[in-house]
Every structure is written in structure tokens, then in C-alpha cells.
Ligand binder design. Structure first.
Ligand code: XBP
Ligand code: MG
Length: 256
């Protein structure tokens, strides 16, 4: 039986409820570009079926055929420019403290670090967005605790492809059976599972309807001593918060 050695965290929707800030940043970039595009919560929930901001804009164009300025000659370059603006607005929202960490995230990361477990990030977003989030929440000194930070810029294929998790495993020097992953979305679970990593899900308002059948435990959040989690699928062995004791038990049961 392998021993649990590392925790690998998704970012958006898992470390923090970031997707509403992403949605607002997309809409701000469209407005600044003089476009009549607007992504409602309902539409954005659907568009989250495509990972990656640039890919998401392309998908929106493909399914909605929105007005595109007639002077646009290269659509990919235009999308890249819109996305660059969006990232600028997202970072502003982060710096304004608009993106709080989810319950239990800091507590678990600190406990895992103190107990000598390796930490990694496997996200579809950009390194700039990861840095901006950590700068205003956990702090850059805690980001330095992570042995691997793998972002959307490090991969050729985004989630649900396992590439981002495979790169994280390579940089950790571990196999999927040595780790547990934390995700918020169906596509994220599929990516982790395809890399041989069992996953704990903390769902959110954008992903509560997803199919989490491949996850070993589905919760509303990681819990705090004063705020027990709710179990939506799976068995938490009587625990009320996700801590290293629970994770070690889950790993022993699932990573035989
Ligand atoms: C979720 C994503 C990202 C974000 C937007 O990433 O799919 O595309 O929605 O960020 P995660 P970008 O894997 O962390 O859940 O616009 O930078 O892509
Ligand atoms: Mg996510």
C-alpha cells in the first residue's frame, strides 16, 4: 500500500470562488472593447464547459455568432487581446480583495506543510492569476511552499486532458497513487482521474450540477472547526472537516 505524500490543488473554484470574478472580468473586457457581448451567470455556467479563457471566448463565438468588429482580420489575435484585457481586470478584482479563499483551504495547506506533505497546483488559469490570488490571500511566502505550480501556460492540452496533472506529478517525482487532488468541476476530476489521482470535490454554485461520480468524496467545502462540511457523496469516516487524518484514511482506502 502506498503512503500519501502530496496534495494537488486546482485553483479556480477550489482554492477560492474565483469564477464570478472571471465572469465579471470577461464582461468588463467586452465592454471596454465596445462589444455588445454579455455573459450572464447562466451563460457563463454553460461556457465553463470549456476550460481556458481564450478557448471559452472562441466557444462563445462558435455557438452564439455574436457581432465581431468588421476591422478584425485575425480572430485568434483578437481573442488573445480580449483575454489579455480580461486578465488585467481579473487581477484588479483580486487586488481589491474581491476573491476570498474558500473555507478550510488555508487551514489544510498549513497543516499539510507543517506535517511534511508535498504541495502542488494544477490549474487551467494563467500564472499571473495564480500569483495575483496568492498575493492577496495566502501570501507569496505560502506559494513558495508549493513544490510544483503548473498552469494553463505549461500545457498543450487543457483539462479534462490529464497533462497538467501529469506535469505536476513529474515535478513532484511522484505517481498518481502517492497523491490526492482537490477539484471543483467535472472536467477537473476527469483530468485528475486520467492521471491516476483520486479526487476530493468541493463543489460551488457554478458546478453543483456536474457529474462527480469519479470523485471519492464530494463536499460543499473543506470545513472549519466552527463550520462543518456537508457531504454530498461518499464517506468521511465521521469527520466534519477535511484534515490530514481524514485524507490519510481516504487515501489508504482508495489508493490500494
Ligand atoms: C478554470 C478555468 C480557467 C478560468 C479562467 O481553471 O477553466 O479558464 O475559468 O481563467 P481551473 P483564464 O483549472 O483552475 O479550475 O481566463 O485565465 O483561463
Ligand atoms: Mg476549477
Amino acid at each position: 500500500m502506498t503512503k500519501l505524500q502530496a496534495l494537488i490543488f486546482d485553483v479556480d473554484g477550489t482554492l477560492a470562488d474565483t469564477e464570478e470574478a472571471h465572469r465579471c472580468a470577461f464582461n468588463k473586457s467586452f465592454e471596454q472593447a465596445g462589444l455588445d457581448w454579455h455573459w450572464s451567470v447562466e451563460l457563463y455556467t454553460k461556457l465553463l464547459g470549456v476550460t481556458g479563457g481564450k478557448e471559452r471566448i472562441k466557444y462563445f463565438i462558435d455557438i452564439s455568432n455574436p457581432t465581431i468588429p468588421k476591422e478584425v482580420e485575425n480572430i485568434d489575435q483578437y481573442i488573445a487581446k480580449l483575454h489579455q484585457e480580461k486578465t488585467h481586470y481579473y487581477k484588479m478584482l483580486a487586488h481589491e480583495g474581491e476573491i476570498p479563499l474558500r473555507p478550510g483551504v488555508e487551514r489544510l495547506i498549513r497543516q499539510a506543510h507543517e506535517q511534511g506533505y508535498k504541495l502542488a497546483i494544477a490549474t487551467t488559469t494563467t500564472a499571473a492569476n495564480v500569483d495575483a490570488l496568492f498575493a492577496v490571500t495566502l501570501g507569496t511566502e505560502i506559494l513558495a511552499w508549493f513544490d510544483a505550480v503548473v498552469t494553463g501556460e505549461d500545457v498543450t492540452r487543457k483539462k479534462p486532458d490529464p497533462e497538467v496533472y501529469q506535469i505536476a506529478l513529474d515535478r513532484l517525482g511522484l505517481t498518481g497513487r502517492d497523491c490526492l487532488a482537490f477539484e471543483d468541476s467535472e472536467l477537473g476530476v476527469a483530468a485528475a482521474k486520467a492521471a491516476g489521482i483520486e479526487t476530493i470535490v468541493t463543489q460551488n454554485n457554478f458546478t453543483h450540477h456536474h457529474d462527480f461520480s469519479k470523485a471519492i468524496l464530494v463536499l460543499d467545502h473543506l470545513g472549519e472547526p466552527s463550520q462543518s462540511f456537508q457531504i454530498l457523496k461518499g464517506n468521511a469516516n465521521g469527520h466534519h472537516i477535511v484534515d490530514m487524518e481524514l485524507l490519510t484514511k481516504l487515501h489508504a482506502k482508495w489508493s490500494l
